[in-house]
Ligand binder design. Structure first.
Ligand SMILES: Cc1cc2nc3c(=O)[nH]c(=O)nc-3n(C[C@H](O)[C@H](O)[C@H](O)COP(=O)(O)OP(=O)(O)OC[C@H]3O[C@@H](n4cnc5c(N)ncnc54)[C@H](O)[C@@H]3O)c2cc1C
Length: 391
C-alpha cells in the first residue's frame, strides 16, 4: 500500500528530503545510522543548521521562528528528518520549554530566551521527575520559597536526561506547600545550572552509558523574573508540555529506517553464503513488523488530521504506546539477527565483527527506556481507556 500525497505535499516532501540529505553533514548522519552516541557539539551544530533554514522549531508561533505549515507538513518534516538519520532538534528546547515560554511566558522572558532556545545556544534540561514523583508527578516535593526578589529552591530531581550538558533547567517546583490540592501549589521555574548550590550527579544506565542524572538543589537562589506565567499555575503549563512530549516520542520515521537497516543486516547475516532473509520465520517476522509499522503510520496521519488548534488528539497516547513498542520490537529483532555476535558489545576496533552486531545489545537495553519516559506505557493505557474507550 502506498500513501498518496497531493502534488504540493509531495513537492514539500522532496524539498525536505533534499535539504536533510545535502545540508546536514553525512558524517553526522552516519553516526545516527550506526546508532553510535553523538557528541554535544554535533547535536548543537545540526540544530543550528536546521534553525538557520527555519527548520528547527516549525511548531512554534511564526513570530518566534515557527512556520505556518499544515499538520501534515509538520509530520512530513519530522518523518523525513528521521528517515535521513538527522539528529532531531533537542526535544527539551524545541518541543518542551520553547512552546511553554511562547504560550505562557511574559514578553520579557520570551525575548530573553526564545531565539537562543531555538538555536540551541542554551541547552535546556527537564527537571520534572523526582525519586518519589514519576507517574504521580503531582506529588513532587522540591520547594521554591519566596524571599524578597528571589525563590530559594531545595530538593532533588531525577532521571534528568543529558543534564551533564545542560546550561539551564526548567523545573516544576512547589511554591505553595499549603495548597489544598497537590496540583495547585506548583510553579514552572527556569534555573541557571551554574547557580551556587546546584549539583548534577550522573547515573549509569544498563547499557553502560551516562545519559541521565540526578540534580540536587541546596538553597539555590533564583530571581523571581525566572518564573514562567503565574505562580502556582505550573501544573497547567506542565500538562500542555507533556501533551507535546507524547506526540514527539512516536518515532515512526526512525523505526522505519531501522527496520530497513535490519533487512540489510539480515541479508549479510546468514551462514554458508545464505541470507537470513531466506529463512521463512525471519521473513515472516520482518513482514509482520512492516505491517504493524504501516498501521502505526496511518494512525499517526489520522492523529495529524484530527488535531485541532494545536491540541494533541487523545490518540496521541496510542501513538506513544504503539510507537515505542515497535521501536523496542525492532531493536530486539536486530539482537536476534546478530545471534551469538550480539554478546560482543565490548569487542574492540580490531574485532572483525560488523559494527551493527556490537551495538545491537546495548541499543536493545537502552531502548527499554522508551516505554517509561514521556509517561509510562501503563499510564498511556489508562489514558486510552478513559479518553478513547470511555471506560
Ligand atoms: C531514560 C529516561 C530518561 C528520562 N528523562 C527525564 C528527564 O529528562 N526529565 C524528567 O523530568 N524525567 C525524566 N524521566 C523520568 C520519567 O518521566 C519517569 O521515569 C516516568 O514518569 C515514570 O516514573 P518513575 O520512574 O518514577 O516510575 P513509577 O511512576 O514509580 O512507576 C513504576 C511502575 O509502575 C507503573 N505505574 C505507575 N503508576 C501507575 C498507574 N497509575 N497505573 C498503572 N501502572 C502504573 C509504571 O508504569 C511503572 O511500570 C526519564 C526516564 C527515563 C527512564
Amino acid at each position: 500500500m502506498k500513501l498518496q500525497l497531493s502534488p504540493e505535499d509531495a513537492a514539500f516532501r522532496e524539498e525536505m528530503r533534499t535539504f536533510f540529505t545535502t545540508q546536514v553533514p553525512q558524517t553526522t548522519r552516519d553516526i545516527v545510522a550506526a546508532r553510535r552516541e553523538l557528541s554535544k557539539e554535533l547535536i548543537v551544530q545540526t540544530q543550528q543548521i536546521l534553525n538557520g533554514a527555519g527548520l528547527a522549531v516549525p511548531n512554534w508561533p511564526v513570530e518566534w521562528g515557527g512556520r505556518d505549515w499544515t499538520p501534515l507538513q509538520r509530520h512530513i518534516w519530522h518523518e523525513e528528518m528521521q528517515l535521513a538519520s538527522v539528529p532531531l532538534p533537542l526535544a527539551f528546547n524545541a518541543s518542551m520549554v520553547g512552546p511553554v515560554i511562547a504560550a505562557f511566558g511574559s514578553q520579557a522572558i520570551k525575548e530573553r530566551f526564545l531565539a537562543k532556545t531555538a538555536n540551541l545556544d542554551i541547552w535546556w534540561s527537564q527537571g520534572f521527575s523526582e525519586p518519589e514523583a514519576g507517574s504521580d508527578l503531582a506529588s513532587l516535593r522540591t520547594t521554591a520559597i519566596r524571599e524578597g526578589d528571589e525563590y530559594v529552591v531545595n530538593g532533588q530531581k531525577a532521571w534528568t536526561t543529558l543534564g551533564q550538558y545542560g546550561d539551564w533547567i526548567f523545573c516544576l517546583v512547589r511554591t505553595n506547600p499549603e495548597a489544598p490540592k497537590r496540583q495547585q501549589g506548583i510553579s514552572f521555574l527556569l534555573i541557571d545550572m551554574t547557580s551556587p548550590g546546584l549539583t548534577v550527579r550522573p547515573i549509569e544506565l544498563i547499557d553502560g552509558g551516562y545519559e541521565v542524572n540526578e540534580v540536587f538543589f541546596d538553597n539555590v537562589r533564583v530571581p523571581i523574573e525566572n518564573l514562567v506565567g503565574e505562580e502556582n499555575h505550573g501544573w497547567d503549563y506542565a500538562k500542555f508540555l507533556l501533551g507535546n512530549e507524547r506526540v514527539g516520542v512516536a518515532p515512526v520515521g526512525s523505526t522505519k529506517r531501522l527496520l530497513a537497516q535490519a533487512k540489510t543486516y539480515a541479508q549479510s547475516a546468514g551462514s554458508g553464503g545464505t541470507s537470513l532473509l531466506d529463512d521463512p520465520l525471519v521473513a515472516a517476522h520482518i513482514t509482520e513488523l512492516e505491517n504493524e509499522l504501516l498501521a502505526l503510520e496511518l494512525t499517526a496521519l489520522r492523529v495529524v488530521a484530527n488535531s485541532a488548534g494545536g491540541k494533541p488528539h487523545p490518540a496521541s497516547s496510542v501513538l506513544k504506546l504503539r510507537g515505542t513498542e515497535l521501536q523496542q520490537a525492532v531493536t530486539e529483532l536486530i539482537v536476534d539477527l546478530a545471534g551469538p555476535a550480539s554478546l560482543a558489545s565490548g569487542a574492540g576496533p580490531d574485532s572483525d565483527l560488523p559494527d551493527w552486531t556490537k551495538v545491537a545489545t546495548p541499543q536493545f537495553l537502552n531502548y527499554r527506556k522508551a516505554s517509561i519516559y514521556g509517561g509510562s506505557n501503563e499510564v498511556q493505557r489508562t489514558i486510552v481507556a478513559g479518553t478513547i474507550l470511555g471506560l
